[in-house]
Design a binder for this molecule. Sequence first.
Ligand SMILES: Nc1ncnc2c1ncn2[C@@H]1O[C@H](COP(=O)(O)OP(=O)(O)OP(=O)(O)O)[C@@H](O)[C@H]1O
Ligand SMILES: [Mg+2]
Length: 268
Amino acid sequence: MTAKTWWSKLFASNTSQPAFSQNPSATVIASQGAVVQIDKLGKEFQEGEIQRTVLQNVTLRFDSGEFVVLLGHSGSGKSTLLNLISGIDKPSSGTVRINDLAITELDERSRTLFRRDYIGFVFQFFNLIPTLTVLENVTLPQELAGRSSTVAQQSALHLLERVGLADRIHTYPDKLSGGQQQRVAIARALAHDPALILADEPTGNLDEETGQRVLQILLDLTRNTGKTLIMATHNPEIAQLADRVLRVQDGHLTRVIVHPDALEEVVV
Ligand SMILES: Nc1ncnc2c1ncn2[C@@H]1O[C@H](COP(=O)(O)OP(=O)(O)OP(=O)(O)O)[C@@H](O)[C@H]1O
Ligand SMILES: [Mg+2]
């Protein structure tokens, strides 16, 4: 599978029709943040003979405009949970509802369309398309979602400037540092103004100053425009800025830390 095909599978489809245009909840999703309701979610992976349970019976809710941090050791299941919320992966059991739409019951194509229109996903490992420039990486998903190339470019240029990459828009990803690639991935995830932002260690490769700049962009979106932000991170300082902190451990959400100030007790 080429990188472009792979990307299309994740985020695009052959149609430029807005997904769920007949669904009244779509309007709500687009204009506000998203409410995410997770019920009895489970995920098992089969590796040869071995069956590994990664998430078990997870029930929780994220409210519109909320910034929630997922903390947990490496391998605890944070990326798995974000993949299930986004519909990139299907659970072994349980449901995920986004503004009352049960995305876990949709087929793969419908999940792709939904994600394309309403979710911004900042991947842990960037997933940039190597054969496209920085600017093209940010405009492509928007164009596939039916935006005109002029609008897509305006939005892309604005965000690339905000993440400090205005002078690298014609560069290819392999000529960028890890932190620069991460910032392209962040611009790409936000360019279509998603209601729900899922960010998998979005500042993991950034120096402190750049990390703060990126975090500020994400925080502005929740604080000023009411987007819902769910972020996996190992950084306790970021967790202190969250409305709520969830700890993922051995497939369960073992603790919900309502007041991030109590974080000194948390081992990450
Ligand atoms: N496709 C897969 N097949 C088999 N096992 C998988 C797969 N994806 C994830 N896992 C397993 O699920 C567990 C959780 O992985 P996950 O990537 O969700 O962890 P994480 O909390 O995001 O870790 P990190 O902090 O290192 O990013 C790991 O033990 C991993 O090996
Ligand atoms: Mg991860």
